[in-house]
Design a protein around this ligand. Structure first.
Ligand code: GLA
Ligand code: ZN
Length: 720
């Protein structure tokens, strides 16, 4: 399981009566509220401007300061706030006694200053009275320990009491604010993907899992066959016998464990769906979304979670990457790549639709300790990076800096003494600049020539049985992504059963589980001219997490043109990889894994040295009009980058911009118009070569053939 910490440590919608959905960013500026009562609500559309705002906590601020806050927020050029996502105990001080008067007063003050409001439903942190009265709502972690209240997200997604009370308060909120001027949308809950215990293993989840399994498989015979319960005497004869994968003096059944991960994703997504269905009914003119941790965190299938939500939101904290990666020593250029992967994964959840940053770092990151101080320019750079990767807006976290609670060290736009933070003016400038890009810029489409498979089945199944203790899907994805990202050709994160035809190259690291549909899709993609690049452990398992009963790489053997003669987890052995002329370069080291390949129709690009001397390590197969490349060895990062870049060139994907390492270039298009984002993530000035004449979309400055950026600077260019 990749939680935020583990991941980092490792490496508008407006519904109309006709049901027509307009993109949230495609509406006009400012509140132009249609005069429609609740009954006519669905016929009207609340229009609002660009979503450039801040996360605001009136629940933690004396009321006497609210007018000043609203005035200052407006003066800073921010036009919306998100409020109340952690205010359950104030909104329902005891069961069934609701108090939204304070929130209504706050919304009114904000609205008077032209600030629109996104309301958060508060289910991420139930109040003490609730967990005391209904302790059954508490999450049980994967070790069987009941997680205690006092933090947040300590709840079971299946538990009916928790669901009922979460829906009840959200419903009361919705009824109260459905027609309140200034309210434009909803964030359901807060970060379903948060924290180290992302899954619950309680008795309610066990029953929920049994029901889910019954719906999925129909009969126990099928379950027994799909999970292979003949092993270790696990044949189930009644649904209620099915366990959850809690410690049992022996690893769990892999098929059951994979299905349990799927069930937990479903449990969270269906929890959100309950609030969504209610909000659609009561607040048809408001958009509805939820926020996420900004990395490809994996406890929930985000495509499932966001299926019926209006757009994706995520929380962007490069500071977390700075704190947790490599003991805080990771250089900013590399931090930026991890952050870019987060943005690309989030944009891809809704197949390229612009997303919103619901929380953007606005100062030093910190909870119990501080992250590094952002360098001047970095706050602007990080917000621009989000937009460069497809964000349609940015909400800064947070307005003031908390003087109490677990996040006193998390710096907002105001310091503890309410003076302006070191980043305040930079944020004001950034917001102004983003506004000048306007609707067209922020609604434009990110251009991607390549794609990465982000496959949860492979990820989950490999976490359950890594094969080599150190082998991790997330780490592989990150190092592969980092190798390709620096080519600046644009990268989506996709599923192999989706549309691949628009990509020149598709990369699929450790595609451990391959379904028949995915195999057929990849086959067609390559046949029609695509370049498919994958590596060891390809196609080992089917969707039930059973090992395929055919020579590896299983269903894709014809496409890859090789057979895996043997596979070897590497621990102490010194294994090398020697490249042939096509990939000529220094020998590589093979770290965690070696698939020993025998080519059928493929050509050998590299061979092993050492104990497996002579076996093919990398092959390419011409299949139809395309090519399929199998990288059997876990190459050291430098060699991998070289190999993947060479293969990218083979695919014909090449950026027209000449950017040095550490400078990112992305493109967004709308019709004829194109915006080129050039982001210098390093501290030194850098020169970027341009294919012709450009001008800055922000300053109007002209550039012919090159542009030089100061350290941590960003420019947005348009072709002249
Ligand atoms: C998350 C949460 C916020 C806050 C920030 C900063 O993204 O959504 O409530 O905790 O991180 O830590
Ligand atoms: Zn549970």
């Amino acid at each position: 399981m990749i939680t935020r910490r583990r991941f980092l440590a490792n490496g508008a919608v407006v519904a109309t009566a006709a049901g027509v959905k307009l993109p949230v960013w495609a509406t006009g500026i400012n509140v132009a509220r249609a005069a429609a009562g609740p009954t006519a609500a669905s016929a009207a559309a609340v229009e609002h401007g660009l979503l450039l705002g801040v996360d605001y906590y009136p629940d933690q601020t004396p009321e006497s300061l609210w007018p000043e806050d609203a005035r200052l927020i407006a003066e800073a050029g921010l036009t919306n706030v998100r409020v109340a996502e952690f205010a359950w105990s104030l909104m329902e001080p005891s069961e069934g006694k609701f108090d939204f008067a304070w929130l209504a007063r706050s919304v009114e003050i904000l609205h008077k200053h032209g600030i629109e409001v996104i309301l958060g439903t508060p289910s991420a942190a139930p109040p003490p009275w609730l967990s005391e009265k209904y302790p059954e709502i508490l999450l049980v972690n994967s070790q069987g320990m009941t997680v205690q209240p006092g933090g947040r997200r300590f709840t079971c997604p299946t538990n009916k009491v928790y669901r009922k009370l979460s829906l009840a308060i959200a419903t009361e909120m919705a009824k109260t604010f459905a027609d309140t001027p200034g309210v434009i949308g909803w964030q359901i809950d807060n970060e379903f993907t948060l924290q180290q215990w992302g899954r619950c293993y309680c008795k309610y989840c066990r029953t929920g899992f049994q029901d889910w399994t019954k719906r999925k498989y129909g009969t126990l015979d099928t379950v027994n066959q799909k999970w292979g319960t003949a092993f270790w005497s696990q044949v189930y004869t009644e649904w209620k016998q099915i366990p959850v994968p809690l410690p049992s003096n022996g690893d769990p059944n892999p098929g059951l464990a994979l299905d349990y991960d799927r069930y937990q994703s479903y449990a969270n997504a269906s929890f959100a769906e309950e609030q969504l269905a209610m909000l659609r009914k009561i607040c048809p003119r408001h958009f509805v979304t939820t926020n996420n941790v900004g990395a490809p965190l994996d406890t929930i299938d985000l495509r499932e979670l966001f299926r019926n939500l209006d757009f994706v939101c995520h929380d962007n904290y490069p500071g977390f990457v700075q704190i947790f990666f490599e003991g805080g020593k990771m250089p900013p250029e590399q931090v930026a790549t991890v952050v870019a992967l987060g943005h690309d994964s989030m944009r891809s959840v809704k197949d390229g639709k612009p997303f919103l940053i619901m929380e953007e770092q606005s100062g030093k990151a910190g909870q119990s300790f501080f992250g590094p101080q952002p360098h001047p320019g970095q706050l602007r750079l990080w917000a621009f990076q989000a937009v460069a990767h497809g964000a349609m807006g940015v909400n800064y976290f947070r307005w003031d800096t908390a003087k109490f609670g677990a996040e006193e060290y998390w710096h907002g736009l105001l310091n503890h003494d309410r003076s302006k933070s070191p980043g305040f003016d930079e944020i004001v400038r950034t917001v102004k600049e983003l506004k000048s890009l306007g609707k067209a810029g922020l609604e434009s489409r990110y251009v991607a020539e390549t794609a990465f498979s982000f496959d949860l089945d492979s990820d989950w199944a490999l976490s359950i049985q890594p094969g080599n203790r150190k082998l991790s899907y997330a780490a592989q994805l990150m190092v592969w992504y980092g190798s390709v990202a620096s080519a600046n050709v644009g990268t989506d994160l996709i599923r192999l059963d989706g549309d691949l035809s628009k990509y020149k190259a598709v990369f699929a690291p450790v595609q451990y589980v391959v379904s028949a549909k995915q195999a057929e899709n990849v086959r067609n993609y390559v046949r029609n001219g695509g370049v498919f690049v994958t590596n060891f452990r390809l196609g080992v398992k089917d969707e039930s997490s059973q090992i395929v009963d055919m020579p590896l790489p299983g269903l894709l053997r014809d496409v890859m043109g090789v057979t895996v003669k043997d596979y070897v987890p590497i621990y102490n052995e010194k294994i090398g990889v020697q490249f042939g002329t096509e990939l000529a370069g220094q020998d590589a080291e093979c770290a965690l894994w070696a698939d020993l390949l025998t080519p059928q129709t493929a050509t050998v690009l590299a061979k092993y040295t050492g104990a497996y001397e002579g076996a093919a390590a990398i092959t390419v197969n011409a299949f139809g009009k395309g090519k399929a490349v199998y990288i059997g060895a876990d190459l050291d990062a430098k060699s991998l980058a070289r190999v993947l870049q060479a293969l990218l060139a083979v695919s014909g994907s090449k950026s027209a911009f000449g950017a040095p390492t550490g400078v990112e270039v992305t493109r967004r298009q709308a019709g004829e118009k194109e915006w080129v984002f050039v982001l210098n993530h390093g501290a030194e000035a850098q020169k970027v070569m341009l294919p012709g004449k450009f001008k800055s979309a922000l300053s109007g400055d002209a550039f012919d053939g090159s542009v030089t950026l100061r350290g941590f600077d960003a420019v947005i260019l348009e072709r002249q």
